[in-house]
Design a protein around this ligand. Structure first.
Ligand SMILES: [Zn+2]
Length: 545
């Protein structure tokens, strides 16, 4: 841009900011908050190259924070945008999710809101008590205008061969899922509800955090609380317990839920049974069951706070994880899993585009184990819970959440007696199986390795038939043999082909219709009749040359 045009541009920007910004009296802001509609795939690179910060990804647009000199650089790269605001130091930005057409109770409050997408508003304010002016119920996400910390040493996921092992619902995963106890969920939800409120900043919320810490320690896990400050004046804490991995403990699978609550009267009564004692009880139940098993990778069991204030606890955790270079394989967040509604029994599995593989894996592993329907939802605008703090920092994360609208949501009536714990137990079974699968359970005997397949189609005058040849490595420990399983879908469900364990380490599967692919896994059986977890899956023609 020529100098004269640039001067005119800055002058205009200054004038606009002075006239339209939330605190017009203050000095001109050095940066702008932009909305970029219709984001293309290469856009994030242009944003970074221009020296701007991606603040929030939504389905239809991006929110970007840009120092004023970045605006012409963005334009030069062909990026079109509209300026929403010129933020100042003391202005806080929030995403607001509200069912109301007019989310503000009065227009006089020191808060401004602009509709971005269906039911999703951008709000900005300088007032600490702005929540009083929002029509309940609502959900908030505090937006950070500073760039995410640079990761110290965050590498790719573990190598594919080792990572693939046990991603299917083998006998071991089914056995773990079967241990989920409705009565344990009930006891923990009731205990959390009995704190009356778990609104972050209250002593009752802190006591609930101590209760969770005590429960982890009672289970026998190493656990710690991690205090943090939010909105410059309030304190709360996250609670983390870890089941250390046996082979590569630096890699971690996280199960997470927020334990704080809110309501229309949050300082007095916010029982938060569904939102989110249900998810917290799920994490505690996973801890109880998984603590008895051994895994290749570590499992982190994370209960965060101040979610209802704007996802502060999970943002605090994820910031630290990124700074430390923590190797988080995936995050399974559970938020409201005990209100199935009248007819449908559906658990939504919400991911963004980068986490779609995780949602697919969740359904492939867990759907064979449960009757409730698991529904994949890929929508980056669904950022009202702690998974989105991990999305923002580049981690794979998803949220398991009931598909129905809970009429008691964010009300003092969100109580245990409105919940369906059978539904919740199935949601826990599904999540537990996925967390276990990702962490790779070590079975006795070990799952067979080195499975290879090739296929051959033979044609006669009347028919064409496929034969699949399998071979694998013998287990190191003594085993009586191997079972072979086949499916016409990747990740099963599988049909067992062997009646008795096969002693050899080869198998031939013949007379198959040739028009499709087949998928195989193995288990090993030891002298006590114990069966291993599934091996990695192979496709019939994987080793065809
Ligand atoms: Zn919640």
């Amino acid at each position: 841009m020529p100098l004269r045009k640039r001067i005119v541009f800055y002058l205009l920007a200054f004038l606009i900011s002075t006239v339209f910004s939330p605190a017009a009296a203050a000095a001109a802001a050095p940066a702008a908050l932009l909305k970029i509609a219709d984001p293309g795939p290469a856009l994030s690179r242009s944003i970074a190259a221009a020296g701007a910060v991606l603040v929030q990804e939504l389905n239809s647009c991006l929110l970007v924070y840009a120092p004023l000199p970045a605006l012409p650089r963005l334009r030069a790269q062909g990026v079109t945008f509209t300026v929403i605001a010129y933020p100042r130091d003391n202005v806080s930005f929030f995403l607001l999710y509200s069912e109301h057409d007019a989310p503000l109770l009065s227009r006089k409050g020191a808060i401004q809101c602009r509709l971005l997408e269906d039911r999703i508003w951008l709000c900005w304010t300088t007032a600490a008590d702005f929540r009083k002016n929002l029509a309940p119920p609502f959900s908030l996400k505090a937006l950070s205008l500073s760039p995410a910390p640079t990761p110290a040493a965050f590498a790719a996921v573990p190598d594919k061969e080792s990572y693939q092992v046990a991603l299917q619902a083998g006998p071991l995963l089914a056995g773990l899922a079967a241990q989920v106890a409705v009565e344990r969920l009930r006891a923990d939800i009731l205990a959390l509800q009995n704190f009356k409120t778990r609104f972050a900043s209250t002593p009752q919320c802190e006591a609930a955090g101590d209760f969770i810490l005590g429960r982890f320690r009672q289970i026998g896990l190493a656990a710690a609380s991690d205090p943090f400050t939010f909105e410059s004046r309030y304190q709360s804490k996250n609670i983390l317990a870890v089941i250390p991995g046996q082979v590569a403990p630096e890699w971690m699978v996280l199960a997470c839920a927020h334990y704080d609550s809110t309501s229309n009267n949050p300082l007095v009564s916010a029982p938060g049974a569904d939102d989110n004692a249900s998810g917290t009880a799920a994490v505690l139940e996973m801890a109880r069951i998984l603590a008895n098993e051994r895994f290749n990778f570590s499992i982190g069991l994370l209960c965060v706070s101040a979610e209802e204030w704007g996802l502060y606890g999970s943002a605090h955790y994820a910031d630290q994880a990124l700074r430390n270079g923590d190797k988080i394989i995936a995050v399974v967040n559970l938020d409201m899993i005990a209100y199935p509604g009248d007819r449908q029994r559906v658990l939504d599995v919400i991911g963004n585009r980068q986490s779609e593989w995780l949602a697919d894996l969740f359904i492939a592993v867990a759907q064979p184990l449960v009757e409730l329907r698991l529904a994949k939802v890929i929508n980056s605008s669904l950022s009202w819970s702690d998974h989105s703090s991990f999305w923002d920092r580049g981690y794979a994360a998803l949220c398991g959440i009931e598909n129905s609208v809970n009429p008691y949501y964010h009300r003092s009536s969100d109580m245990l007696d409105t919940l369906d714990l059978g539904f919740a137990a199935e949601a826990v079974q599904a999540s537990l199986a996925v967390v276990a699968a990702l962490a790779q359970p070590i079975s006795t005997p070990a799952a067979p390795t080195g499975l290879r397949a090739r296929s051959q189609v033979s044609a006669s005058l009347f028919s064409r038939l496929k034969t699949v040849y399998l071979e694998w490595q013998a287990n190191r420990e003594p085993v009586t043999g191997y079972h072979v399983f086949r499916s016409d879908k990747s990740h099963g469900p599988y049909l067992r082909l062997s009646e008795q364990p096969i002693v050899a380490t080869v198998f031939r599967d013949s007379l198959l219709p040739p028009g499709q692919n087949y998928y195989y896994v193995l288990t090993a059986v030891d002298e006590q009749g114990r069966e291993s977890n599934y091996s990695a899956e192979v496709r019939d023609d994987e080793n065809n040359r």
